[in-house]
Write a protein that binds this ligand. Structure first.
Ligand code: PLP
Length: 407
Protein backbone atom coordinates (compact mmCIF):
# COMPACT_ATOMS: atom_id res chain seq x y z
CA UNK A 1 0.00 0.00 0.00
CA UNK A 2 1.38 3.43 -0.87
CA UNK A 3 1.77 5.85 1.99
CA UNK A 4 -0.66 8.33 0.47
CA UNK A 5 -3.50 5.82 0.50
CA UNK A 6 -5.91 6.16 3.35
CA UNK A 7 -5.14 3.92 6.29
CA UNK A 8 -7.89 1.53 7.37
CA UNK A 9 -9.49 2.55 10.65
CA UNK A 10 -7.93 0.41 13.40
CA UNK A 11 -10.56 1.21 16.02
CA UNK A 12 -14.25 0.85 15.38
CA UNK A 13 -16.56 0.52 18.35
CA UNK A 14 -18.61 -2.67 18.49
CA UNK A 15 -22.38 -2.73 17.81
CA UNK A 16 -23.20 -1.26 21.21
CA UNK A 17 -20.56 1.45 20.92
CA UNK A 18 -17.77 0.01 23.07
CA UNK A 19 -14.10 0.75 22.53
CA UNK A 20 -12.71 -2.16 24.52
CA UNK A 21 -14.49 -1.86 27.87
CA UNK A 22 -15.13 1.87 27.46
CA UNK A 23 -18.00 3.82 25.89
CA UNK A 24 -21.42 2.28 25.39
CA UNK A 25 -24.76 3.88 26.04
CA UNK A 26 -26.01 4.74 29.53
CA UNK A 27 -29.20 6.71 28.90
CA UNK A 28 -32.88 6.83 29.85
CA UNK A 29 -35.15 4.48 27.92
CA UNK A 30 -36.74 7.39 26.02
CA UNK A 31 -33.46 8.14 24.22
CA UNK A 32 -32.63 4.63 23.09
CA UNK A 33 -34.85 4.74 19.99
CA UNK A 34 -33.50 8.19 19.05
CA UNK A 35 -29.91 7.01 19.39
CA UNK A 36 -30.67 3.92 17.30
CA UNK A 37 -32.28 6.09 14.62
CA UNK A 38 -29.30 8.46 14.70
CA UNK A 39 -26.83 5.58 14.40
CA UNK A 40 -28.66 4.14 11.39
CA UNK A 41 -28.97 7.51 9.65
CA UNK A 42 -25.33 8.30 10.30
CA UNK A 43 -24.20 5.01 8.72
CA UNK A 44 -26.44 5.64 5.73
CA UNK A 45 -25.07 9.20 5.33
CA UNK A 46 -21.50 7.95 5.63
CA UNK A 47 -22.08 5.49 2.79
CA UNK A 48 -23.93 8.02 0.60
CA UNK A 49 -21.66 9.67 -2.01
CA UNK A 50 -24.13 12.57 -2.41
CA UNK A 51 -23.93 13.35 1.33
CA UNK A 52 -20.14 13.09 1.32
CA UNK A 53 -19.82 15.34 -1.74
CA UNK A 54 -22.04 18.01 -0.16
CA UNK A 55 -20.13 17.78 3.13
CA UNK A 56 -16.83 18.14 1.26
CA UNK A 57 -18.15 21.11 -0.69
CA UNK A 58 -19.33 22.95 2.43
CA UNK A 59 -16.11 22.13 4.29
CA UNK A 60 -14.21 23.69 1.40
CA UNK A 61 -16.38 26.67 0.50
CA UNK A 62 -18.01 27.57 3.83
CA UNK A 63 -15.74 26.28 6.58
CA UNK A 64 -12.38 26.94 4.87
CA UNK A 65 -10.79 23.51 4.45
CA UNK A 66 -8.16 22.32 3.89
CA UNK A 67 -6.38 24.23 6.65
CA UNK A 68 -2.64 24.82 6.14
CA UNK A 69 0.05 22.69 7.74
CA UNK A 70 2.50 25.42 8.69
CA UNK A 71 6.19 24.92 9.45
CA UNK A 72 6.87 27.10 12.51
CA UNK A 73 10.37 28.07 11.50
CA UNK A 74 11.21 30.66 14.12
CA UNK A 75 9.69 28.64 16.97
CA UNK A 76 11.55 25.53 15.80
CA UNK A 77 14.80 27.49 15.82
CA UNK A 78 14.10 28.83 19.30
CA UNK A 79 13.30 25.36 20.69
CA UNK A 80 16.45 23.97 19.08
CA UNK A 81 15.28 20.42 18.37
CA UNK A 82 12.54 18.76 16.32
CA UNK A 83 10.93 20.54 13.37
CA UNK A 84 7.51 21.78 14.53
CA UNK A 85 4.50 21.98 12.25
CA UNK A 86 1.18 23.58 13.26
CA UNK A 87 -2.09 22.21 11.88
CA UNK A 88 -4.01 25.46 11.51
CA UNK A 89 -7.55 24.65 12.67
CA UNK A 90 -7.53 28.16 14.14
CA UNK A 91 -8.08 29.49 10.62
CA UNK A 92 -11.46 27.79 10.20
CA UNK A 93 -14.75 29.71 10.08
CA UNK A 94 -15.77 30.56 13.69
CA UNK A 95 -12.19 30.09 14.88
CA UNK A 96 -11.82 26.46 16.00
CA UNK A 97 -12.11 22.85 14.87
CA UNK A 98 -15.63 22.52 16.35
CA UNK A 99 -17.41 23.46 13.14
CA UNK A 100 -16.22 20.25 11.38
CA UNK A 101 -18.52 18.30 13.70
CA UNK A 102 -21.34 20.84 13.94
CA UNK A 103 -21.66 20.90 10.15
CA UNK A 104 -21.58 17.13 9.78
CA UNK A 105 -24.20 16.62 12.48
CA UNK A 106 -26.64 19.23 11.20
CA UNK A 107 -26.51 17.54 7.79
CA UNK A 108 -27.45 14.24 9.46
CA UNK A 109 -30.22 16.05 11.39
CA UNK A 110 -31.56 17.37 8.10
CA UNK A 111 -31.71 13.82 6.70
CA UNK A 112 -33.63 12.80 9.82
CA UNK A 113 -36.18 15.56 9.11
CA UNK A 114 -35.42 17.36 12.39
CA UNK A 115 -36.36 21.05 12.55
CA UNK A 116 -34.85 22.07 15.87
CA UNK A 117 -31.26 21.92 17.10
CA UNK A 118 -30.01 21.97 20.68
CA UNK A 119 -26.44 22.01 21.98
CA UNK A 120 -24.44 22.50 25.16
CA UNK A 121 -21.46 24.77 25.36
CA UNK A 122 -18.67 25.52 27.84
CA UNK A 123 -16.35 28.20 26.49
CA UNK A 124 -18.95 28.98 23.85
CA UNK A 125 -16.99 27.76 20.83
CA UNK A 126 -19.26 24.77 20.22
CA UNK A 127 -22.32 26.95 20.81
CA UNK A 128 -21.08 29.44 18.22
CA UNK A 129 -20.30 26.67 15.70
CA UNK A 130 -23.77 25.18 16.24
CA UNK A 131 -25.57 28.55 16.03
CA UNK A 132 -23.63 29.19 12.81
CA UNK A 133 -24.68 25.99 11.04
CA UNK A 134 -28.24 26.32 12.38
CA UNK A 135 -28.45 29.74 10.72
CA UNK A 136 -26.95 28.33 7.52
CA UNK A 137 -29.51 25.48 7.43
CA UNK A 138 -32.47 27.58 8.61
CA UNK A 139 -33.14 25.63 11.80
CA UNK A 140 -34.28 26.78 15.23
CA UNK A 141 -31.40 26.63 17.73
CA UNK A 142 -31.25 26.56 21.53
CA UNK A 143 -27.87 26.48 23.30
CA UNK A 144 -27.53 25.55 27.00
CA UNK A 145 -24.70 27.28 28.83
CA UNK A 146 -23.77 27.48 32.50
CA UNK A 147 -24.44 30.89 34.05
CA UNK A 148 -20.80 31.16 35.15
CA UNK A 149 -19.58 30.41 31.63
CA UNK A 150 -22.01 32.98 30.20
CA UNK A 151 -20.30 35.61 32.27
CA UNK A 152 -16.75 34.40 31.50
CA UNK A 153 -17.41 34.07 27.77
CA UNK A 154 -19.71 37.01 27.15
CA UNK A 155 -18.41 37.61 23.61
CA UNK A 156 -19.49 34.15 22.48
CA UNK A 157 -22.94 34.64 24.06
CA UNK A 158 -23.36 37.76 21.94
CA UNK A 159 -22.17 35.94 18.82
CA UNK A 160 -24.72 33.13 19.34
CA UNK A 161 -27.53 35.66 19.81
CA UNK A 162 -26.56 37.59 16.69
CA UNK A 163 -26.63 34.30 14.80
CA UNK A 164 -30.24 33.86 15.86
CA UNK A 165 -29.81 31.24 18.59
CA UNK A 166 -31.48 31.32 21.99
CA UNK A 167 -28.95 30.95 24.81
CA UNK A 168 -30.44 29.39 27.96
CA UNK A 169 -28.43 29.99 31.13
CA UNK A 170 -28.12 27.02 33.51
CA UNK A 171 -28.11 27.86 37.23
CA UNK A 172 -27.63 24.34 38.67
CA UNK A 173 -24.47 23.05 40.42
CA UNK A 174 -21.17 24.59 39.35
CA UNK A 175 -23.09 26.43 36.58
CA UNK A 176 -20.63 25.24 33.94
CA UNK A 177 -20.38 22.64 31.17
CA UNK A 178 -21.48 19.50 33.04
CA UNK A 179 -24.76 21.14 34.10
CA UNK A 180 -25.29 22.48 30.57
CA UNK A 181 -24.99 18.92 29.19
CA UNK A 182 -27.57 17.71 31.75
CA UNK A 183 -30.04 20.40 30.64
CA UNK A 184 -29.47 19.61 26.96
CA UNK A 185 -30.11 15.90 27.64
CA UNK A 186 -33.29 16.79 29.54
CA UNK A 187 -34.53 18.94 26.64
CA UNK A 188 -33.73 16.13 24.22
CA UNK A 189 -35.71 13.57 26.22
CA UNK A 190 -38.73 15.91 26.08
CA UNK A 191 -38.49 17.01 22.44
CA UNK A 192 -36.83 14.07 20.76
CA UNK A 193 -39.41 13.85 17.92
CA UNK A 194 -38.51 17.26 16.46
CA UNK A 195 -35.05 17.88 17.87
CA UNK A 196 -31.48 16.80 17.19
CA UNK A 197 -28.86 17.25 19.91
CA UNK A 198 -25.51 18.34 18.41
CA UNK A 199 -23.10 17.10 21.07
CA UNK A 200 -19.82 19.01 20.93
CA UNK A 201 -17.06 16.51 21.67
CA UNK A 202 -16.14 12.83 21.27
CA UNK A 203 -18.20 12.02 24.37
CA UNK A 204 -21.66 10.90 25.42
CA UNK A 205 -23.61 7.77 24.43
CA UNK A 206 -23.02 5.79 21.23
CA UNK A 207 -22.98 6.85 18.36
CA UNK A 208 -21.62 10.28 19.38
CA UNK A 209 -17.98 9.36 20.19
CA UNK A 210 -17.64 7.54 16.85
CA UNK A 211 -19.61 10.07 14.79
CA UNK A 212 -17.91 13.16 16.24
CA UNK A 213 -14.52 11.51 15.69
CA UNK A 214 -15.36 10.69 12.10
CA UNK A 215 -16.34 14.30 11.35
CA UNK A 216 -12.97 15.46 12.74
CA UNK A 217 -10.85 12.79 11.01
CA UNK A 218 -10.46 15.28 8.17
CA UNK A 219 -7.87 17.04 10.38
CA UNK A 220 -5.57 14.01 10.45
CA UNK A 221 -6.31 12.99 6.88
CA UNK A 222 -5.21 16.40 5.63
CA UNK A 223 -2.22 16.56 7.98
CA UNK A 224 -1.04 13.15 6.82
CA UNK A 225 -1.27 14.11 3.15
CA UNK A 226 0.37 17.50 3.79
CA UNK A 227 3.34 16.19 5.80
CA UNK A 228 3.97 13.53 3.14
CA UNK A 229 4.03 16.32 0.54
CA UNK A 230 6.23 18.64 2.59
CA UNK A 231 8.61 16.21 4.30
CA UNK A 232 8.06 13.01 2.32
CA UNK A 233 7.52 11.03 5.51
CA UNK A 234 5.15 10.68 8.44
CA UNK A 235 5.93 12.67 11.61
CA UNK A 236 7.63 11.24 14.69
CA UNK A 237 5.14 12.76 17.11
CA UNK A 238 1.62 14.16 17.10
CA UNK A 239 0.50 16.44 19.95
CA UNK A 240 -2.99 17.74 20.72
CA UNK A 241 -4.90 19.01 23.75
CA UNK A 242 -7.65 16.81 25.21
CA UNK A 243 -10.86 18.24 26.63
CA UNK A 244 -13.59 15.81 25.65
CA UNK A 245 -11.11 14.66 23.06
CA UNK A 246 -12.46 15.65 19.64
CA UNK A 247 -9.64 17.68 18.07
CA UNK A 248 -7.05 15.18 19.29
CA UNK A 249 -8.87 12.06 18.07
CA UNK A 250 -9.45 13.84 14.73
CA UNK A 251 -5.70 14.36 14.32
CA UNK A 252 -4.59 11.01 15.76
CA UNK A 253 -7.02 8.58 14.19
CA UNK A 254 -5.79 8.57 10.57
CA UNK A 255 -2.24 7.92 11.87
CA UNK A 256 -3.07 5.03 14.23
CA UNK A 257 -1.90 2.50 11.66
CA UNK A 258 1.48 4.24 11.30
CA UNK A 259 3.49 2.35 13.88
CA UNK A 260 6.38 4.81 14.00
CA UNK A 261 4.15 7.77 14.83
CA UNK A 262 3.98 8.50 18.56
CA UNK A 263 1.06 10.47 19.93
CA UNK A 264 0.60 12.57 23.04
CA UNK A 265 -2.69 13.94 24.36
CA UNK A 266 -2.38 16.87 26.76
CA UNK A 267 -4.95 17.40 29.50
CA UNK A 268 -5.47 20.46 31.68
CA UNK A 269 -3.20 20.37 34.73
CA UNK A 270 -4.73 23.55 36.17
CA UNK A 271 -2.96 24.53 39.39
CA UNK A 272 -1.33 21.08 39.61
CA UNK A 273 -2.60 17.55 40.28
CA UNK A 274 -4.53 18.09 43.51
CA UNK A 275 -8.22 17.35 44.13
CA UNK A 276 -10.43 19.96 42.52
CA UNK A 277 -7.55 21.92 41.00
CA UNK A 278 -7.22 20.34 37.56
CA UNK A 279 -9.04 18.46 34.78
CA UNK A 280 -6.46 15.75 33.97
CA UNK A 281 -8.62 12.61 34.05
CA UNK A 282 -5.72 10.21 33.44
CA UNK A 283 -3.91 11.64 36.48
CA UNK A 284 -5.76 10.30 39.49
CA UNK A 285 -9.08 9.72 37.75
CA UNK A 286 -11.33 6.67 38.07
CA UNK A 287 -13.35 4.48 35.77
CA UNK A 288 -17.01 5.47 35.91
CA UNK A 289 -20.07 6.58 33.98
CA UNK A 290 -20.87 10.20 33.20
CA UNK A 291 -23.46 11.58 30.80
CA UNK A 292 -24.04 8.41 28.85
CA UNK A 293 -20.57 6.90 28.56
CA UNK A 294 -18.17 4.73 30.57
CA UNK A 295 -14.73 6.27 30.79
CA UNK A 296 -12.05 7.86 32.99
CA UNK A 297 -13.41 10.68 35.11
CA UNK A 298 -12.64 12.74 38.17
CA UNK A 299 -14.78 11.56 41.09
CA UNK A 300 -14.37 11.09 44.83
CA UNK A 301 -14.62 7.73 46.63
CA UNK A 302 -18.43 8.00 46.80
CA UNK A 303 -18.58 8.42 43.03
CA UNK A 304 -19.44 12.13 43.29
CA UNK A 305 -18.01 14.09 40.37
CA UNK A 306 -15.21 16.35 41.59
CA UNK A 307 -14.78 20.04 40.91
CA UNK A 308 -12.39 20.77 38.07
CA UNK A 309 -10.25 23.74 37.24
CA UNK A 310 -8.45 24.98 34.15
CA UNK A 311 -7.46 28.37 32.82
CA UNK A 312 -9.14 27.25 29.59
CA UNK A 313 -12.89 26.65 29.79
CA UNK A 314 -12.75 24.24 26.83
CA UNK A 315 -10.64 21.69 28.74
CA UNK A 316 -12.51 22.05 32.03
CA UNK A 317 -14.62 18.88 32.11
CA UNK A 318 -14.63 15.89 34.46
CA UNK A 319 -14.69 13.07 31.86
CA UNK A 320 -12.60 12.17 28.82
CA UNK A 321 -13.89 10.64 25.57
CA UNK A 322 -14.10 6.80 25.77
CA UNK A 323 -11.88 6.16 22.74
CA UNK A 324 -9.06 7.98 24.51
CA UNK A 325 -9.59 5.75 27.55
CA UNK A 326 -9.22 2.80 25.19
CA UNK A 327 -6.11 4.14 23.42
CA UNK A 328 -4.54 4.83 26.81
CA UNK A 329 -5.32 1.30 28.03
CA UNK A 330 -3.71 -0.12 24.88
CA UNK A 331 -0.64 2.07 25.36
CA UNK A 332 -1.04 3.47 21.84
CA UNK A 333 -1.34 7.11 22.93
CA UNK A 334 0.45 8.77 25.85
CA UNK A 335 -1.43 11.23 28.02
CA UNK A 336 0.18 14.00 29.97
CA UNK A 337 -0.83 17.43 31.23
CA UNK A 338 0.20 21.06 31.19
CA UNK A 339 -0.52 23.45 34.04
CA UNK A 340 -2.18 26.85 33.64
CA UNK A 341 1.20 28.56 33.95
CA UNK A 342 2.84 26.31 31.36
CA UNK A 343 -0.03 26.90 28.92
CA UNK A 344 0.20 30.67 29.41
CA UNK A 345 3.96 30.65 28.81
CA UNK A 346 3.44 28.69 25.58
CA UNK A 347 0.63 31.07 24.58
CA UNK A 348 2.97 34.02 24.94
CA UNK A 349 5.81 32.32 23.09
CA UNK A 350 3.70 31.48 20.04
CA UNK A 351 2.35 35.06 19.91
CA UNK A 352 5.84 36.53 20.00
CA UNK A 353 7.68 33.95 17.86
CA UNK A 354 5.17 33.26 15.11
CA UNK A 355 2.63 36.09 15.16
CA UNK A 356 -0.17 33.65 15.96
CA UNK A 357 -2.47 34.07 18.98
CA UNK A 358 -3.52 30.53 19.97
CA UNK A 359 -6.56 29.47 22.01
CA UNK A 360 -5.72 28.74 25.65
CA UNK A 361 -6.88 25.14 25.05
CA UNK A 362 -4.42 24.69 22.18
CA UNK A 363 -1.71 26.34 24.32
CA UNK A 364 -1.70 23.18 26.48
CA UNK A 365 -0.54 21.19 23.44
CA UNK A 366 2.03 23.89 22.66
CA UNK A 367 3.33 23.64 26.24
CA UNK A 368 4.08 19.94 25.69
CA UNK A 369 5.89 20.76 22.43
CA UNK A 370 8.01 23.26 24.34
CA UNK A 371 9.01 20.46 26.72
CA UNK A 372 9.79 17.73 24.22
CA UNK A 373 10.99 19.43 21.02
CA UNK A 374 14.36 20.43 22.55
CA UNK A 375 14.98 16.78 23.58
CA UNK A 376 14.46 15.52 20.01
CA UNK A 377 16.79 15.51 17.01
CA UNK A 378 16.77 18.23 14.38
CA UNK A 379 15.75 15.67 11.78
CA UNK A 380 12.65 14.70 13.76
CA UNK A 381 9.17 16.08 13.13
CA UNK A 382 6.32 17.10 15.43
CA UNK A 383 2.83 17.97 14.20
CA UNK A 384 0.79 19.85 16.80
CA UNK A 385 -2.89 20.63 16.42
CA UNK A 386 -3.62 24.34 16.79
CA UNK A 387 -7.26 23.62 17.58
CA UNK A 388 -8.41 27.23 17.77
CA UNK A 389 -7.48 30.88 17.77
CA UNK A 390 -7.14 32.97 20.88
CA UNK A 391 -9.36 35.95 20.08
CA UNK A 392 -11.86 34.74 22.69
CA UNK A 393 -9.07 34.56 25.29
CA UNK A 394 -7.23 37.86 24.83
CA UNK A 395 -8.81 39.69 27.77
CA UNK A 396 -8.13 36.78 30.12
CA UNK A 397 -4.57 36.37 28.82
CA UNK A 398 -3.91 40.09 29.19
CA UNK A 399 -4.93 39.95 32.86
CA UNK A 400 -2.45 37.12 33.53
CA UNK A 401 0.39 38.05 31.20
CA UNK A 402 0.31 41.85 31.20
CA UNK A 403 -1.29 42.71 34.57
CA UNK A 404 0.20 39.92 36.71
CA UNK A 405 -3.07 38.41 37.96
CA UNK A 406 -2.92 34.69 38.92
CA UNK A 407 -4.99 32.15 36.96
C1 PLP B 1 -13.57 22.97 22.71
C2 PLP B 1 -12.16 23.17 22.39
C3 PLP B 1 -11.17 22.22 22.76
C4 PLP B 1 -11.46 21.01 23.61
O1 PLP B 1 -12.35 20.11 23.07
P1 PLP B 1 -11.89 18.73 22.41
O2 PLP B 1 -13.19 18.05 22.16
O3 PLP B 1 -11.02 18.01 23.36
O4 PLP B 1 -11.18 19.06 21.16
C5 PLP B 1 -9.87 22.44 22.37
N1 PLP B 1 -9.53 23.53 21.66
C6 PLP B 1 -10.43 24.46 21.29
C7 PLP B 1 -9.97 25.64 20.54
C8 PLP B 1 -11.77 24.31 21.65
O5 PLP B 1 -12.65 25.25 21.29
Amino acid sequence: MSETQQQPSPTMPDESGHFGTFGGRFVPETLVAALDELTAEYHSAKADPVFQAELDRLLREYVGRPTPLYFAERWTEKLGGARVYLKREDLLHTGAHKINNALGQIMVAQRLGKKRIIAETGAGQHGVATATVAARFGMECVVYMGAVDMERQHLNVVRMKLLGAEVRGVEAGQKTLKEAVNEALRDWVTNVETTHYILGSALGPHPYPMMVRDFHRVIGQEARRQILEQEERVPDLLVACVGGGSNSIGLFHPFLGDETVKMTGVEAGGHGIRHGEHAARFQGGKLGVLQGTKTWLLANDDGQIELTHSVSAGLDYAAVGPEHAYLQSEGRVDYTYATDDEALAAFRELCECEGIIPALESSHALAEVRKVAPTMGKDQIIVVNLSGRGDKDVEQAARYLLEGEKP
